[in-house]
Structure formats: structure tokens, C-alpha cells
Ligand binder design. Structure first.
Ligand code: CTP
Length: 437
């Protein structure tokens, strides 16, 4: 800390920050000045300001009672407030939707590794010391007279320049094993390297069963954040090197085949997104599906449970295995296939499963079949919006007794529409009458 007192005062410019955020920060500083409280911007946003990367997270910390201060801000600016007493933090939501986190500068103690810590108020230097990596352990003061002053007691800037990820103390990964995944995330995102001792500590922590102690939602959060990065393939290789997939399931293997599928996902995604702008893809889930695409159903089911996936995510992931292979086989076979046959083959697939299907074909490097598949997928997506004019009510009007027949007839009618066998309402009536009689 004395090192910090001797530091030359360095000012970080916030001029690139959007006006609204900067203006809000200035207002809040005035409030903090009035109360004689020191307030700082901390963590990832400071790192990204120095890296000149966009990140306008408003993560603030206050030397004093952050929650009391957050209430004051909420009152003054009519912001919504959610308080997490246990962690001495609060989240504000301003009327225009802008969000801000305000915390109390604190130290943390871990009663048991991998569990959430208990916190006590402490100085800003201690608050920075409890953090994961030096590059994330810097603050920018916001009080007037000190506005923009960088606090960097642990060499964060030096490590940013050297493109290094370094923990602040030996127990860091033990305290919080989510940092194992965070280290890999930052390493891949920034193209940084893990400092030697840090890599040793990480590998050591990864080789124990610490990660097993993480709750499902915490593990899920880390895995999905990692898979949400721009190009998760390298991070996935890193996870494999460190034998970390065993924490999803001990029988999950990163085989060459899986690796080829994972590596093909970006190309499949790029094509999909350029073609079907209306389809919203859960990208991290596609990677999880690719990763588990060769595993047995039992392995996938246990993995889904371990990660505490939502029902929707679980539905997608559990349908990613054999069914995709079977559909792929049929879809890449030359010859005539009717639009309705493709429609029936794929109608229960999520869009994520379709991207996986495409990635599997990309990985096979068979250009002709890939073109065929793309054409068929394009036709399928178009056919998905096809509707029949007639509905159940029309069948009722024809005197048809309610029952499973309705589904069959309307299904046949839709198939006929998709295949262009019927194209008008009159033809639909004729089709139904013929069917009934
Ligand atoms: N932090 C930590 N240990 C963790 C999680 C977070 O020390 N396990 C600290 C770091 O100082 C981090 C800050 O809390 O910078 C904010 O955390 P978070 O928002 O998760 O990360 P960012 O660094 O902002 O990363 P990203 O850019 O991915 O949001």
C-alpha cells in the first residue's frame, strides 16, 4: 500500500464513455463529495478503459457504506433499487434503463473453499486485493479534484502492458474456483498469457476436486460465459488440456470428432445468422451441444442436471445427439426429397440443433453435400412459415367429429401446401373433401 502512496498520480480519461454515463457519474460524485465519501469505478470497466475496449458497466465502490449511499442515489434520481445485504452491494436501475452497481469497499473471507465468502468493510486497497487478477484490481476515483485518478497498487497496468494474467495471492483459485474459468476466459478474449506461477496454481487447483463444490448455477454461469466469447474454440481446447470437462461429466471426452464439430460451429453460425436474421440463437448452448454431441444420452442428462440448465436449455441440449446424426444422414442424401418430408423431419428441432447439424456437415468437408444441406435448410426455414387457410373450425363446419383426425387432416393439408399440391383456398377445400370422402 505504501507503494501506492508513492505512485505518480495518473489520470484515466473517461472521455470515450457515452455522455449519459459520464454525466451520471459526475452527478453521483457530487453527491459523494457532499457526504465526504470516496467513490471509485472498479474492476473490468477500468481494465477495459485502459485497453480502450468498450465496456460501460457502471461498477462503483464506496469507501464507507455503499448501500446507504446507493439508497441516497436511488432517492435523488428515482432509480429502482435492489439491495444484496449479504454482499454489501446494491443495484440501481435508472428511469431510462441504465444500470449501476454500488458496493462497499470490503475484504472477503472464505469459511470454506468454493463457497460464497463473508464480507467486512475495508479500505479500497484491501478491496482491490480480494479480487481475481491484477488486471481486474484497479480503480478510478470519481470525486472532484481526484476525478479520473487511477489506483493500481498491485501492478495491473504493468500486467496489461505485458499481456499477463496474474493472481494477487496464492489462495485465489482455492477461495474461488470460478476464477479458473475466468482466467481462461480473459486469456482467450484478450490473447493474454497466464503468468507462470499463476498457471501453476491454476493447474494445481484444476487437478483437485474443488470445482465439484461449485453449485450448479455458478458452474453453469462460468461455462456459458466462456462459450459466449467471440471464439470459444480455443478456450475449449484449454479446458480439455486442463482436464476440466470431467466436472461436467466424468465420461465427457474431447475426441477429434468433437473437436472438428466445435471448430466448425463459427462457420455454421455465420452462415445461419446471415440467412435467417429472425432466428435468435443461444450461441453458448450450441457449443455445449457440440461438446456433448458424441456423448450418450445418459451422460448428457447428467451433465444437464449438474449444470442446472433451465428447462428450455435442457430441452435443446438433450436433443443434440443421435437425432441430429440421423437427420443429417437423410438430409445429405442425393435424390428427390419433398419439402414436406424435410419439414416433418426437422419440425421438432430447435434452431440450435439445426446449427449443430450444419456444423457437423461443415466439419466433414464435403462441399457438395454441404450445399445440398444448405439448400434444404433454406427451403425448410421458408416452409416453416407456411400456413393452411382452413382451420379446425372449418372441419367442424363440415360436420367432422372432434378427435385425432383433425390433426391428421390438417397435417396432410399443410404438407400439400408445402409441396405446392394445393395453392388456393378452393384447392384446400377440395383436398379436405377428397380426403374425407
Ligand atoms: N471479481 C473477482 N472474482 C470473481 C469475480 C469477479 O475478483 N470471481 C471482481 C473482478 O475485479 C472483476 C469484477 O469483480 O473485474 C467484476 O466482475 P465481473 O463483472 O464478473 O467481470 P469483469 O471483469 O467485468 O469481466 P467481463 O468483462 O467479462 O464482464
Amino acid at each position: 500500500m505504501s507503494e501506492m502512496k508513492n505512485q505518480v498520480k495518473q489520470i484515466v480519461s473517461l472521455s470515450k464513455m457515452p455522455m449519459r454515463q459520464r454525466h451520471l457519474l459526475k452527478q453521483i460524485c457530487r453527491l459523494a463529495d457532499e457526504r465526504d465519501l470516496a467513490v471509485y469505478l472498479v474492476g473490468g470497466v477500468v481494465r477495459d478503459l485502459l485497453l480502450k475496449r468498450e465496456n460501460w458497466d457502471l461498477d462503483l465502490t464506496v469507501e464507507g457504506d455503499g448501500v446507504v449511499f446507493a439508497r441516497l442515489v436511488a432517492d435523488r434520481y428515482r432509480a429502482g433499487l435492489a439491495v444484496f445485504e449479504r454482499f454489501a452491494t446494491a443495484r440501481l436501475t435508472f428511469p431510462d434503463g441504465l444500470k449501476m452497481d454500488i458496493a462497499t469497499t470490503r475484504r472477503e473471507s472464505y469459511a470454506q473453499p468454493a463457497l460464497l465468502p463473508t464480507v467486512q468493510p475495508a479500505s479500497i486497497e484491501e478491496d482491490l486485493y480480494r479480487r481475481d487478477f491484477t488486471i481486474n484490481a484497479m480503480a478510478v476515483q470519481l470525486n472532484s479534484g481526484q476525478f479520473g485518478r487511477l489506483l493500481d497498487p498491485y501492478g495491473g497496468q504493468r500486467d496489461l502492458l505485458a499481456r499477463t494474467i496474474r493472481v494477487l495471492h496464492e489462495g485465489s483459485f482455492q477461495d474461488d474456483p470460478t476464477r479458473i474459468f475466468r482466467a481462461i476466459r480473459f486469456e482467450q478474449r484478450f490473447g493474454f498469457h497466464l503468468e507462470r506461477a499463476t498457471l501453476g496454481l491454476l493447474a494445481q487447483a484444476a487437478s483437485t476436486n474443488l470445482i465439484q463444490r461449485l453449485s450448479g448455477p455458478r458452474l453453469q454461469n462460468e461455462i456459458l460465459l466462456l462459450f459466449a466469447e467471440r471464439d470459444p474454440a480455443r478456450a475449449i481446447v484449454r479446458l480439455a488440456q486442463l482436464k476440466l470437462f470431467r466436472f461436467l461429466h466424468r465420461r465427457l471426452r474431447y475426441t477429434n470428432k468433437v473437436k472438428r464439430t466445435v471448430t466448425a460451429v463459427p462457420k455454421a453460425l455465420a452462415w445461419w445468422v446471415s440467412r435467417f436474421q429472425d432466428s435468435v440463437i443461444d450461441r453458448p448452448i450450441v457449443y455445449l451441444m457440440a461438446l456433448s454431441s458424441e456423448a450418450s444420452q445418459a451422460v448428457v442428462t447428467t451433465m444437464i442436471r449438474r449444470l442446472a440448465l433451465s428447462r428450455e436449455q435442457a430441452r435443446k441440449v438433450s436433443a443434440g445427439g443421435r437425432l441430429v446424426d440421423r437427420a443429417l444422414k437423410r438430409l445429405t442424401k442425393e435424390g428427390t426429397v419433398r419439402g414436406s418430408q424435410i419439414f416433418r423431419l426437422l419440425e421438432d428441432f430447435s434452431d440450435e440443433a439445426l446449427v449443430l447439424l450444419l456444423a457437423k456437415q461443415v466439419s466433414k468437408q464435403q462441399g457438395v453435400r454441404l450445399s445440398l444441406l444448405r439448400r434444404r435448410l433454406t427451403a425448410y426455414i421458408k416452409n416453416r412459415t407456411t400456413k393452411t387457410v382452413l382451420t379446425g373450425r372449418d372441419l367442424q363446419a363440415l360436420g367432422l367429429q372432434p378427435g385425432p383426425q383433425y390433426k391428421t387432416i390438417l397435417g396432410k393439408l399443410l404438407d400439400a401446401r408445402i409441396d405446392g399440391v394445393v395453392t388456393t383456398e378452393a384447392e384446400e377445400w377440395a383436398f379436405v373433401r377428397k380426403w374425407l370422402g
